[in-house]
Design a protein around this ligand. Structure first.
Ligand code: DGL
Length: 270
């Protein structure tokens, strides 16, 4: 029996992590849960978010019975990982900002972490900086506009790449940012607009995210090497949403292209 995984995010951003996992393990049984009924998470109070995240993941895991849960949301991971691990009896992998690899990659020793307001101000990120970015200056920035733009791009309509350009310009306007040579995408939505972000950045800046490292971690937990499989399109994934199923269905073509498999959409009622 193939292993089964549940990938969680506040919206569609976690699909970027799910895609990396599916690419490495095409036969994995993938369930995805988007808490689009409560999206975006970035600026909401922590106590409300924690309860909500626990409720959504508990419900989704009782429906999908996964072997592993991936919290493909930096915001949720940085505030609720301990709680989830204490309450749920299933291995949980959290997605947190790639500060350690960024610090070792940086030559200028100035890196920037770009995520949600909650993520970049979290104690978890402060701890990652203290423990793993010794000798590095770490700048933190947040942008809800980029989170919303990422969802718009997946919907196809109303996406304006200029919004990304303007946001990146605003963020890098800070004179402290001048020597940044590594940008950490600390929100799983941002790889959806990777091309637009890179186009707006000065050429010398390297952009990194956590997706591939998470896929490698899942492979090692499930003890699988990268699978070679020619019939990826035969596999199916299930996309649960706490929001409106029709709105999610509107992204079907792009989601299937990302995951390289067919996707069925279902309501998750709490
Ligand atoms: N994708 C989520 C993350 O990685 C956050 C988006 C939101 O604000 O809900 O943090």
């Amino acid at each position: 029996m193939d292993s089964s995984i549940l990938v969680f995010d506040s919206g569609s951003g976690g699909l970027t992590v799910a895609a990396e996992i599916k690419n490495k393990i095409p036969n994995i049984r993938l369930s995805y849960v988007s808490d689009s009924g409560f999206f975006p998470y970035g600026k909401k109070p922590h106590d409300i978010l924690k309860k909500r995240i626990l409720d959504v993941i508990s419900k989704a895991s009782s429906v999908s019975q996964p072997d592993i849960i991936v919290i493909a949301c930096n915001t949720a991971s940085t505030i609720a990982l301990d709680l989830l691990r204490a309450k749920l009896n299933i291995p949980i992998v959290g997605v947190v900002p790639a500060i350690k690899p960024a610090a070792s990659l940086s030559k200028s020793k100035v890196v920037m972490v770009l995520g949600t307001n909650t993520t970049v101000n979290s104690n978890y990120v402060k701890m990652l900086i203290t423990d793993f970015a010794i000798g590095c200056k770490v700048l933190v920035e947040d942008s809800e506009a980029l989170v919303l733009a990422s969802e718009q791009k997946l919907l196809g309509n109303a996406f304006d790449p200029d919004i990304v350009t303007q946001e990146i310009k605003r963020i890098f306007n800070n004179p402290n940012a001048l020597h940044t040579d590594v940008l950490v995408l600390a929100c799983t939505h941002f790889p959806l607009i990777n091309t637009e972000i890179k186009n707006a950045l000065p050429r010398h800046i390297t952009v990194i995210d956590s997706g591939l490292a998470i896929a490698n971690r899942i492979c090692s937990l499930l003890k699988v090497e990268r699978q070679v499989c020619d019939q990826k399109l035969d596999s199916k994934a299930t996309f649960y949403t706490t929001g409106n199923v029709d709105s999610e269905q509107a992204k079907k073509r792009k989601i299937e292209a990302l995951l390289q498999c067919s996707v069925i959409f279902k309501q998750l009622s709490l």
